[in-house]
Design a protein around this ligand. Structure first.
Ligand SMILES: *[C@@H]1O[C@H](CO)[C@@H](O)[C@H](O)[C@H]1NC(C)=O
Ligand SMILES: *[C@@H]1O[C@H](CO)[C@@H](O)[C@H](O)[C@H]1NC(C)=O
Ligand SMILES: *[C@@H]1O[C@H](CO)[C@@H](O)[C@H](O)[C@H]1NC(C)=O
Length: 468
């Protein structure tokens, strides 16, 4: 099933809250465990549908395999699908990933213990999508009018017959870090890419950030230093101990990383409301790496402000909040503690982060403590491959080279039908976003190539049907 190639498609999709998108919301009843009969529980999975442009006599289904967040956020930030729906006369379907948004198998207990959280796996999520898509095919072919009924009545006890017949599935896998797993991509590449994005703005900016970690340690080594920093940076919760200082540094790491992901050429609002090319704006404040201690940290705050207070509405800086809190991707921490083990490391020389080796044993200890689970370092590549992808077909892997996740992407043409599209000026998922006058030519071209592949796939499908 092509959806599998969306796998961990996006760590975060981005931006502009365009509320022009209209969809109907449905729920389908899913098995909590698709692979055994030990657990008979079911839950409701949310999905969104738009059929404004759909040709119900043979038009394609464009299915968005939800990732780690509320599906409505992704539906509203994947303008490309909406932009091309009319041209292809396609049905748009956005399926929510289990354990995110409102598709929680065990309500607010879902992430409390492995007894409940253990069904948060990509295999189970893909099985949800397979069932959802085959269910839709069944409904569309046999019971078309029912699609417009409210969901619960529609779904209960109504499973499609094995409908894996003459289907042909294909995928645009945007910004998919399918090679970010253990032993594929060196663990330092990600941080280097983030740093490179800031270096494009200025070397001084990189140097200010690189020096800031030691400056934070030095200033907060004394109690009055913690008080000073808490006040100067308008922290919601004053720093009281070393642990909180570390959490504060973690927030900064996330902030710089997120900025590299969402460095779009126009103002956008997904992880946070941000100006066009936000890294340039941040770096316009970080110009004096010669400063030391408190003076350096005052300067740094001007840069951080662009991220957390671009609107001018922030009352205080909450470092305990995830830098991408809007995504509500708590489940991702669980997934990275189970099968999605992605090694990251930093040396503070080739990148601007605080040096931190990849220490798998420490990761294991933290995962046991936080989630009660032990990560399996090689599980994702064992399940999905990731060495060559030459057994796959009909996939476009697209990557923007500003996106740090591109370091774990497929950047070469694997075969005639598994191809790479590179967007040198693109951040994360830029090609999936709606067309914008500020788009660089490379993303306009990427979308053209993606559309050409979609057209080809539809032709292939029609030929298959004709032959069958
Ligand atoms: C879940 O919600 C219920 C009802 O609102 C509440 O009583 C309970 O404490 C919550 N449990 C957790 C783990 O948050
Ligand atoms: C956010 O910006 C506004 C306007 O510049 C400012 O008044 C406010 O103090 C800032 N908030 C924080 C937490 O720094
Ligand atoms: C993949 O092949 C296409 C068509 O031949 C070519 O235009 C493109 O540059 C290739 N992409 C890469 C990453 O080599």
């Amino acid at each position: 099933m092509g959806a599998s190639t969306f796998l961990r498609a996006c760590l975060l999709c981005l931006v502009l809250s365009c509320h022009a998108y209209k969809y109907k919301t449905y729920f389908t009843r899913q098995r909590v465990d698709h692979f055994s009969f030990a657990n008979q529980d079911t839950f409701l999975q949310r999905f969104l549908i738009n059929d404004d442009h759909w040709d119900s006599n043979g038009g394609p289904i464009f299915f968005y395999a939800g990732n780690e967040g509320d599906i409505t956020l992704f539906a509203e930030n994947t303008g490309f699908m909406w932009d091309i729906a009319a041209e292809f006369r396609a049905l748009l379907v956005f399926g929510e990933h289990r354990y995110y948004g409102v598709s929680e198998p065990y309500g607010n207990k879902s992430l409390t213990t492995p007894k409940y959280s253990g069904y948060l796996t990509s295999e189970q999520a893909l099985a949800d999508y397979v069932d959802l898509v085959s269910y839709l095919r069944f409904v569309i072919e046999e019971l078309k009018p029912v699609l417009y009924m409210s969901l619960e009545g529609l779904m209960e006890g109504c499973w499609p017959p094995g409908s894996a017949s003459s289907t042909l599935t294909s995928a645009i896998a945007a910004s998919a870090p399918v090679r970010q797993f253990t032993d594929f991509t060196p663990c330092d590449k990600f941080g280097q890419k983030v740093t490179e994005d800031f270096a494009k703005a200025s070397e001084a900016c990189v140097e200010v950030i690189r020096k800031s970690w030691a400056a934070i340690d030095a200033v907060t080594a004394k109690e009055d230093g913690m008080a000073w920093l808490s006040k100067t940076w308008n922290l919601c919760k004053p720093l009281k101990d070393k642990g909180e200082v570390e959490a504060m540094k973690g927030y900064l790491m996330d902030t710089w990383t997120n900025l590299a992901m969402v460095d779009y050429p126009y103002p956008a609002n997904f992880l946070a409301p941000l100006p066009a090319y936000p890294i340039e704006v941040v770096c316009s404040h970080l110009t004096e790496p010669g400063r030391e201690g408190k003076a350096l940290l005052e300067e740094l705050f001007e840069g951080v402000t662009v991220y957390f207070n671009y609107t001018g509405q922030s009352k205080c800086l909450d470092y305990t909040e995830e830098a991408d809190a809007r995504l509500d991707d708590r489940g991702w921490s669980f997934q990275s503690c189970t099968e999605m083990v992605m090694p990251f490391c930093y040396d503070g020389v080739k990148d601007f982060f605080e040096p931190a080796p990849w220490d798998f044993q420490e990761v294991v200890a933290n995962c046991r403590k936080t989630w009660g689970v032990t990560p399996r370092a090689y599980m994702a590549p064992l399940m999905y491959g990731g060495w060559t992808f030459n057994a796959a077909s009909n996939i476009v892997f697209s990557n923007g080279l500003l996106d740090p996740w591109s370091t774990g992407g497929v950047l070469w043409n694997v075969s005639d039908s598994v191809v790479a599209v590179i967007i040198p000026e693109g951040a994360h998922h830029l090609d999936l976003r709606s067309a914008n006058p500020a788009d660089p030519p490379s993303v306009v071209e990427a979308r053209r190539v993606e559309k050409a592949h979609i057209t080809k796939w539809i032709e292939q499908f029609k030929q298959m049907q004709g032959a069958g």
